[in-house]
Design a protein around this ligand. Structure first.
Ligand code: AMP
Length: 332
């Protein structure tokens, strides 16, 4: 989707993929090499004007090496923070952004102590490489800390208090190299089993809550001279907001912009990292975005036959439970 948007505004994409895959090939040009292959990375960097990412799980050393040759946007220092749930929470707290109560867990004893402090329940999350609910364990009254810790893989983690939120929303924002900011309308997100299923825009929330979410996103963008698209996920509890996490990239909860805005999050990201002017983030339509997860793809014909629905498939050859295969944007 980034490549399609880039091509539309005259930008070619050279993709770097760390392993062979039968999935549809990304980019106009493709390098397949590991993320620690210095020669391949240097050869790749020599062909491009700017490097960007579509996942935050790229080794920071790789990004730092590329940064010596070519601009990397967003910068490695931001990606380094977001890769680690503890660094991310500390950064948010330093920036005055509220997060759920949490504790650092490096052992079963830490877990037992923190769960007691949090009132007997919580969610244990690995600090690194977790997404879509992976690397997470819910802890309830009576669960044994030793068992949870070993089932969880004993990886360095944080445990968060269990937030009884009213709903989840996210803000997708873009910042240019000259500091211009464009912010899409907040979307309301429905998750099941830790995976995003639908995004609804407009969110239907009080405008004051939406403005507060925008203010927080703006603060995050400015704190690190951020360049590119950023996704910020929030829990809404009454009139209060807690930030759950942020993503230094285009985000699944921003896919609705393809049907709702003249310039979507993908083109906005390309514009930002290329030093082009940002487009308007104004919404011209109400949209529901529905993810096609695992066997949902079997209903493809039904979606294709629905008026006002636009289907986007990701070219993944193998369907697996929980795997995001595509999404449908329905204009309301
Ligand atoms: P995450 O991978 O952190 O985005 O978590 C995936 C989903 O799990 C979130 O979107 C929430 O629906 C749920 N979740 C995560 N953390 C918490 C929490 N502290 N309290 C309640 N629900 C949570």
């Amino acid at each position: 989707m980034l490549t399609a948007s880039a091509n539309r505004i005259g930008v070619d994409v050279h993709a770097y993929r760390p392993s062979e895959s039968s999935d549809r090939s990304p980019g106009n040009q493709l390098t397949t090499a590991s993320l620690d292959d210095i020669d391949a990375l240097k050869a790749f960097a020599a062909t491009v004007d700017v490097v960007t990412i579509e996942t935050e799980n790229i080794p920071v050393d790789t990004l730092r090496m590329l940064e010596e040759i070519v601009p990397v946007r967003p910068a490695s220092r931001v990606v380094e923070i977001v890769q680690d749930r503890l660094f991310e929470k500390q950064f948010l707290q330093r920036s005055g952004v509220p997060v759920a109560d949490y504790g650092v867990v490096d052992s079963a004893a830490d877990l037992a102590r923190e769960i007691e402090r949090l009132g007997g329940t919580g969610i244990l999350k690995t600090r690194r490489f977790g997404y879509d609910g992976k690397g997470q364990s819910r802890i309830g009254p009576g669960d044994d800390a030793e068992t949870v810790w070993s089932d969880h893989g004993s990886a360095p983690s944080v445990v968060e208090s269990f937030v009884s939120f009213d709903c989840e929303i996210s803000v997708i924002a873009a910042r240019s190299q000259t500091g211009d900011v464009a912010m899409f309308d907040p979307g309301k997100n429905a998750h099941r089993e830790g995976i995003l299923r639908e995004t609804y825009v407009p969110s239907g929330l009080d405008p004051a809550i939406e403005d507060a979410a925008r203010d927080i996103a703006q603060r995050i963008l400015e704190s690190h001279d951020y360049v590119g698209v950023l996704g910020v996920e929030f829990f809404v509890v009454g009139n209060d907001l807690l930030v759950n996490e942020m993503a230094p990239r285009v985000h699944n909860s921003g896919h609705w912009t393809q049907a709702g805005c003249a310039v979507d999050q993908f083109e906005q990201h390309v514009r930002a990292v290329m030093g082009m002017p940002l487009g308007s983030a104004e919404r011209h339509s109400d949209v529901v975005m529905t993810n096609l997860i695992g066997n949902d793809i079997d209903d493809l014909d039904q979606h294709l036959a629905t008026s006002n629905a636009r289907v986007h498939l990701y070219g993944k050859r193998e369907t697996r439970p929980g795997r995001k295969m595509g999404h449908v944007n329905t204009i309301l």
